[in-house]
Design a protein around this ligand. Structure first.
Ligand code: CMC
Length: 443
């Protein structure tokens, strides 16, 4: 296993029960033999390494989880060193070329591609589930018209838990399945409602005759009962974007969903928490930040000055860099190609030229080369969204719609995993030692 790879070693063929690590504690001279499984040692094995009876035992210190596997997962394989991403073993390139988002959702959730009958039944279930209870409309309408759609989406998803109290029964796989279908079904409707509320337009329910992505576009852009038919190339491009966002193993928002779910909260609040984690500009919010950055640069002549600021540490080149990918993010290559299809329909987004120039400079510049910073999924996705008429504030909502099946597959897997317990990291306490309370007059 290479150092940057993050998925389990099962794929690399490493690991057998006989591999061990010998550790000598130089404080005591004692030697320990720790089993290695799938390229990992168990952190709890270190607890036996103690200087005396009263010692709590050795812990690992790993801020931001730079080198800690928090679970075993069979959902997504990612090799950041070689730029590989597979859902349930199937390469992302094949899925984005030949599959649909609904099919990918099934794959992520169940582990296998659906048969034709399963796909038909799942599609029908999602469509039926896409109608949102009218009480949620009032929640949306309570927001200011300039409220950020991610805030609205997060609140609406959390509120759904109150409508489906059965969802608290997370031990029942059938109950879980029903909520999973509901959440994936409703995400586009809620996303479109957030958009329409911002735009001061009536919030519309989905149509029964349209597929997932076409329904979303129609809920976003149809005015009254006027004509609206999205171009099939645009629908396909949106489907591909959703596929590319489907899952990404133990990223910030997925880890959040797992952590909240580990307390046995219902899936609506777990997913709402994931939406909260995704919101930030270093995670899903980067796609919005990329467009703001391109807006700000505006002219190719300003690029050199902007890059100096980035290299001077004043700001980041948004859409570049990744905790795991130290090579081209395979999703970015696919999106770059999808840009061409969309721009054929919509005309070229003028910001593409600036983005391409930024990429060209960054890939040659020592600062980026040395740190192995490449475009990530967010660098080009915003250009497509903008070309589709989706405003910047909605970009991270698009990411959330795509990521919902991954969050839910991981949540479900976590609940079935007998090794998992409530997530509860340890700390290294750095505060004051014991000291007496002082009355206010004596401070
Ligand atoms: N622009 C300029 N410098 C950067 C960038 C960037 N985008 N990303 C990392 N660096 C530098 C960073 O300053 C550091 O330099 P030094 O060693 O001199 O201190 C070095 O590269 C390592 O960076 P890091 O912050 O330690 O890396 P990380 O793994 O903690 O952060 C990241 C990963 C994605 C948060 C970061 O690369 C970043 O902020 N990128 C911009 C935001 C972005 O595009 N986020 C979307 C990620 S992909 C979608 C998703 O999964 O959410």
């Amino acid at each position: 296993m290479t150092t940057q790879q993050t998925s389990t070693a099962a794929d690399s063929g490493a690991a057998s029960g006989t591999e061990t690590l010998t550790v000598t504690d130089n404080r005591t001279g004692a030697t320990y033999e720790l089993p290695i499984t799938d390229g990992t040692i168990r952190a709890t094995e270190l607890r036996q390494i103690r200087v005396d009876e009263d010692d709590f035992g050795l812990m690992t210190y790993d801020p931001a989880f730079m080198n800690t596997a928090s679970c075993r997962s069979a959902v997504t394989f990612l090799d950041g060193e070689r730029g590989i991403l597979r859902y349930r073993g199937v390469p992302i390139e094949q899925l984005s070329e030949r599959s649909s988002f609904v099919e990918v959702a099934w794959l992520l959730l169940t582990g296998d591609l659906p048969t034709a009958a399963e796909l038909e039944a799942f599609t029908a279930e999602l469509t039926a589930a896409s109608f949102v209870d009218e009480s949620v409309r009032r929640i949306m309408q309570a927001f200011n018209h300039d409220a950020h759609p991610m805030g609205m989406l997060q609140s609406a998803v959390a509120a759904l838990g109150t409508l489906y109290p059965e969802s608290k029964d997370v031990a029942d796989p059938e109950v879980r399945r029903r909520q999973i279908v509901r959440i994936i079904g409703m995400m586009p409707t809620l996303g479109a409602w957030a958009y329409r509320h911002n735009a001061g337009q009536p919030l519309v329910q989905p149509r029964l005759d349209l597929d997932y992505s076409a329904n979303f576009l129609t809920m976003m852009f149809q005015v009254g009962d006027g004509p609206y038919e999205p171009d099939p190339r645009v629908v396909r491009a949106l489907d591909v974007l959703l596929i590319l966002h489907g899952d990404h193993e133990q990223n910030c928002s997925t880890s959040t969903v797992r952590a909240v779910g580990s307390g046995q909260a219902d899936p609506y609040v777990a997913i709402a928490s994931g939406i909260g984690a995704l919101y930030g500009p270093l995670h899903g919010g980067a796609n919005e930040a990329v467009l703001r950055m391109l807006d700000r640069i505006d002219d190719k002549a300003d690029i050199a000055h902007f890059m100096e600021g980035v290299k001077g540490g004043e700001e980041r080149l948004m859409g570049f860099g990744h905790r795991v990918y130290k090579n081209y993010d395979p999703r970015a290559s696919i999106i770059k190609k999808a840009c061409e299809d969309v721009f054929e329909v919509t005309g070229v987004n003028p910001k593409l030229e600036i983005a391409l120039e930024l990429e060209r400079i960054a890939l040659e510049d020592e600062y980026f080369v040395k740190r192995r910073l490449y475009p990530n999924v967010d660098f080009y996705s915003g250009l497509i969204y903008e070309a589709l008429g989706i405003p910047e504030e909605m970009f991270t909502v698009m990411f959330a719609i795509g990521r919902a099946p991954g969050w839910l597959a991981q949540w479900n897997e976590m609940l079935d995993d007998k090794e998992q317990k409530i997530a509860r990291p340890r700390q290294v306490y750095t505060g004051a030692g014991e000291r007496d309370y002082l009355d206010v007059g004596a401070r």
